[in-house]
Design a protein around this ligand. Structure first.
Ligand SMILES: [Zn+2]
Length: 356
């Protein structure tokens, strides 16, 4: 389990490094490299605001990511687990909103910036291309990891079941195959529990990585800015932003059923990313140029690949898996509630796109 997770993360990082361009052309667009000077620029006052931002964003991120985990412990007391499904739908809506409304538009804006050369950046829609590739790669990793795991762990169980049922090998073979392809739709099967839990864990891990890219980038842009007029509003916006995204991620960590320590580690890791980005932005504020071609290309391509990943995961692994599952298919009433939860999550995230 642990080794297959780390393998997937490793592959993900290789992909990122492949997507990251090795050479950057020197720019002669001087307007893109100078910071705009106005009366709002005040370095020492901005630093105070940034320190306030680090503390408040850390706290709100923790509250957000822990909220779904706490919901679980309350609803676990009652036999009614519908709350759990609705919390998950809400979380999936947030992840979908993050992909479509935050990460993807950011990437378009960066890669179509006037500070980049006309050729090739304005000749080809790189954002769409990289996002599409990233979605396909996520699908490939998703399906291969699942089938490798299923093969490895279920030979023994199939043999046991074979003896119990007395069914032929042919039939069982078909059944195993079907479950690999429609694992999330078929219930009460041999493979379901192990495979499903593994998928939930992979989803939680990969989502955390996909969200982290966006969280660090917005942190850096806050940390490297000295414009006190915009920072004030940005701090409030980012607090809500991280709290919301934390709820989305928390919902996915929740269904992965990790042990307490791992849950805490993932929640902590998410909570420190934006504060870390702000600190990094402060440290780099003298050298980092948000509009330099180097920064635009690197961050733009990273954003495009995490957009593809987030959109694929939200639609396929989170929404389709739940909505086509037995629990929601069995009740129209619950489906409507879950749809409302999805709309609230995606809507909230869309509203926040105005600020961060
Ligand atoms: Zn955002």
């Amino acid at each position: 389990m642990a080794s297959s997770n780390s393998k997937i993360i490793f592959i993900f990082f290789i992909l990122i490094s492949v997507f990251t361009p090795q050479t950057f052309s020197q720019s002669d667009y001087s307007s893109c490299e100078s910071q705009i000077h106005n009366t709002c620029n005040n370095k020492s006052k901005a630093l105070t605001l940034k320190i306030i931002a680090i503390v408040s964003i850390l706290l709100t991120s923790m509250i957000g990511v822990c909220l779904p985990l706490v919901t679980r412990s309350i609803s676990a007391l009652s036999p009614d687990r519908n709350v759990f499904v609705i919390v998950k739908a809400f979380a999936a809506g947030i992840i979908l909103g993050t992909g479509f409304m935050h990460v993807l538009p950011d990437s378009f804006e960066m890669l179509l910036s006037n500070c980049l050369k006309e050729n090739p950046w304005h000749k080809f829609p790189f954002t769409g291309f990289v996002a599409m590739l990233s979605a396909i790669v996520t699908l490939a990793i998703d399906s291969m990891a699942t089938s490798l795991y299923s093969k490895k762990h279920n030979n023994a169980r199939v043999q046991v079941q074979n003896i119990i049922n007395g069914t032929s090998d042919q039939e069982l073979g078909n059944m195993v195959n079907n479950n690999m392809h429609f694992h999330s739709h078929r219930h009460g099967s041999l493979l379901k529990d192990g495979t499903k839990l593994l998928r939930y864990r992979v989803i939680a891990m990969v989502l955390e990585l996909g969200i982290i890219v966006h969280s660090i980038v917005i942190g850096i842009s806050l940390g490297s800015s000295n414009n006190t007029c915009t920072i004030k509003g940005l701090v409030a916006a980012l607090c809500f932003h991280q709290m919301f995204e934390g709820m989305g991620l928390g919902g996915c960590i929740l269904q992965a059923e990790y042990k307490m320590l791992k849950k805490a580690a993932m929640a902590f890791f998410f909570s420190v990313t934006t504060p870390f980005g702000i600190a990094l932005g402060i440290a780099l504020s003298n050298t980092y140029q948000e509009n330099s071609p180097r920064a635009l290309i690197t961050v733009g391509l990273l954003n495009a690949s995490s957009a593809g990943l987030l959109i694929y995961m939200a639609l396929v692994d989170l929404l389709a898996a739940d909505f086509m599952g037995d629990k929601l298919q069995g009740s129209i009433k619950l489906q409507i509630k879950a749809f409302i939860a999805v709309l609230l999550g995606a809507g909230g995230m869309s509203l926040m796109a105005k600020w961060a």
